[in-house]
Ligand binder design. Structure first.
Ligand code: 6R9
Length: 561
């Protein structure tokens, strides 16, 4: 680690919401945060009220809450307009019989209606289940079935990927086109807020591990404490900020730091539709004068690969940039610092943790290659295989002293899985491996399991393997992450073929498209290699993904020497 010490990037002078990390860390408790939100007065809360309605009540109704940009379309909505639209959606949900605790899924592209639907569900005390817009039939079906969703909000386009007859619990499908066309009298000012307990269900995000189908990670309303405080200190949000998080609300980053945290802190958010394009992204920053930008290493690497393109845009509005989801290479940090003139602040957390845990604060030095230091109120442990804490400098399991407000409430219908995160007394085990230096900086060392991280998205090998073997030509399959300079990892499948299926380029392409069409584009293997047999353990006959992955890592290292 010693060579990294020399490359520290000092903080940019300025005025930040959290001025002194060490002092704050020494005295901070989460109860302090709760005092700033409305619920400490009554003990009851509602995350949708805290996120939007509160600002209208406090006199900020005319402030711009969002900019929506998609090609030539540009819309803005004020906090009052977002509140009214949320009420409208909430009224329709109530009219359709939705009650507290029901699971209502939202399958929409990144549009204001997606954000508004999530808030409407939450406002009436139901649990929001946002789905990533690129999901295909099986991905949609498995998630709604797992927690028996009863209502789905979607649109005329995405509904084509909802296999309604395979989802028995689904009673009602609501279309945003119809909701938008239904008149709503906002002067009625109904009080639609369902006041709930801190521990009541808020949002369910499905996420992948190394085994089984995706799991439903359920968060509670109390998580807003975490969202608010980390939005204030880590995103450093001020009211005048124009804040852009590039993630879709179907992923936890898109809901927690795309919706809750910035709006809890009353920022104006940017919602950008459409696919990644370096030109459009730079243009958006210039046009909307984005001040605060949260994205992922893959996006930064894609921008970096465009060379001097950044010189054609005015990026001077930017004052704070953050990254999450996968390892942020020191090269990328140095590129941004030397060429674009800003530091990229890496942050580490997970769907299960509900909010930032390890962060780079704007007032603190950055050590490129490190994910940062524990958020105030958070204690990190590096544990050995028996759950004992290891000294600084040793690689071990990255663990966090539990609980904290954002921590998941449960894994839907799977207590064993939930308990598996807490096998050592007092600790949450992340599944990541890490090392911590003397000053508390944490360095990511890889996953402790077979989970794949491609472009910052978690992909469970089991889900992809299960889909592959549904194809008639495929007998067995093993799926691993292959190192990739842009995407971090890409999904690579090893398969064995049935006797009647000779290996041809066309067949492999057909298999790839089969996964893409049924599961989702992001999980479809970018590479498929046909093998005679897959490596397996002698005793249980389990496929040894690790061996395949190790071979891929070695191959890629050879290419780089
Ligand atoms: C928020 C989010 C969580 C997994 C996590 C880790 C990886 C996240 C990272 C990082 C290196 C970072 N990860 N942040 N790896 N550096 N700054 O990404 O949640 O989709 O659940 O993924 O992503 O492996 O365990 P999620």
């Amino acid at each position: 680690m010693s060579d990294l010490e020399t490359k520290i990037i000092s903080p940019v002078p300025g005025s930040y919401n959290l001025a002194n990390y060490q002092e704050t860390k020494a005295s901070f408790t989460w109860e302090d945060t709760a005092q700033e939100l409305s619920f400490h007065k009554t003990g009851k809360l509602n995350a949708a009220y805290e996120t939007v309605d509160r600002h209208v009540d406090e006199g900020y109704g005319d402030k711009i809450a969002l900019h929506y940009v998609n090609d030539d379309e540009h819309r803005t909505l004020t906090f009052k307009e977002v509140k009214d639209k949320t009420d409208h959606y909430a009224r329709i949900l109530l009219n359709n019989g939705v009650t507290k605790g029901d699971r209502v899924f939202i399958f929409l592209p990144k549009t204001p209606e997606c954000y508004i639907s999530i808030l409407a569900v939450i406002k009436i005390g139901a649990i929001a289940g946002p789905l990533f817009e690129a999901f295909m039939e099986d991905a949609v079906k498995d998630r709604i079935n797992d927690c028996q969703g009863t209502v789905l909000i979607t649109d005329n386009e995405l509904v084509k990927r909802v296999p309604k007859k395979d989802i028995p619990s689904l009673e009602t499908i609501l279309f945003t086109e119809e909701i938008e066309a239904t008149p709503y009298d906002s002067s009625r000012q109904e009080d639609l807020v369902e006041w709930v307990d801190e521990d009541d269900g808020l949002i369910i995000h499905y996420t992948s591990g190394s085994t089984g189908k995706p799991k439903g990670v359920l968060h509670a309303h109390r998580a807003v404490t975490h969202h608010y405080q980390s939005g204030k200190w880590v995103l450093d949000i001020k009211e005048e900020d124009v804040y852009w998080c590039t993630s879709h609300p179907g992923w936890v980053t898109g809901s927690v730091y795309g919706l809750f945290a910035p709006w809890l802190n009353r920022a104006t958010i940017v919602i950008q539709g459409g696919r990644f394009s370096a030109e459009k992204w730079y243009q958006l920053i210039e046009d909307l004068k984005v001040t605060t930008w949260y994205s992922a290493p893959t996006a930064f690497r894609m921008l970096m690969s465009q060379g001097d393109l950044y010189k054609s845009y005015d990026l001077s509005s930017i004052r704070h940039v953050l990254s999450v989801g996968e390892p942020l290479n020191p090269e990328v940090i140095n590129w941004a610092w030397n060429k674009l003139g800003f530091r990229i602040h890496d942050t580490w957390w997970m769907t299960e943790t509900g909010g930032h845990l390890i962060v780079n604060l704007p007032t603190e030095p950055i050590k490129p290659g490190s994910m940062g230091r524990p958020f105030p109120g958070i204690e990190v442990g590096i544990l050995d295989a028996e759950g004992n804490e290891l000294p600084h400098g040793s690689v071990g399991q990255l663990a966090i002293r539990a609980p904290w407000p954002g921590l998941m409430k449960e894994i839907w219908g799977n207590k064993d899985k939930f308990d598996s995160y807490f096998q050592y007394e007092g600790w949450y085990i992340s599944g990541d491996l890490a090392v911590q230096d003397q000053e508390g900086y944490v360095f990511f060392q890889g996953r402790d399991d077979d989970m794949i991280n491609s472009a910052g998205e978690r992909i469970g090998p089991f889900e992809v393997e299960s889909k592959l073997i549904e194809h008639p030509a495929v007998v067995e399959a093993a799926v691993v992450g292959k190192p990739d300079p842009i995407r971090g990892e890409l999904v690579k499948a090893f398969i064995t073929l049935g006797n009647n299926y000779p290996e041809t380029k066309e067949l492999l392409e057909e298999i790839r498209i089969f996964v893409r069409k049924n599961l989702s584009a992001h999980a479809a293997p970018r590479e498929i290699e046909v093998v005679k047999e897959l490596p397996k353990t002698k005793i249980s006959g389990k496929i040894l993904r690790r061996k395949l992955k190790q071979a891929e890592i070695e191959k890629s290292e050879k290419l780089h020497v």
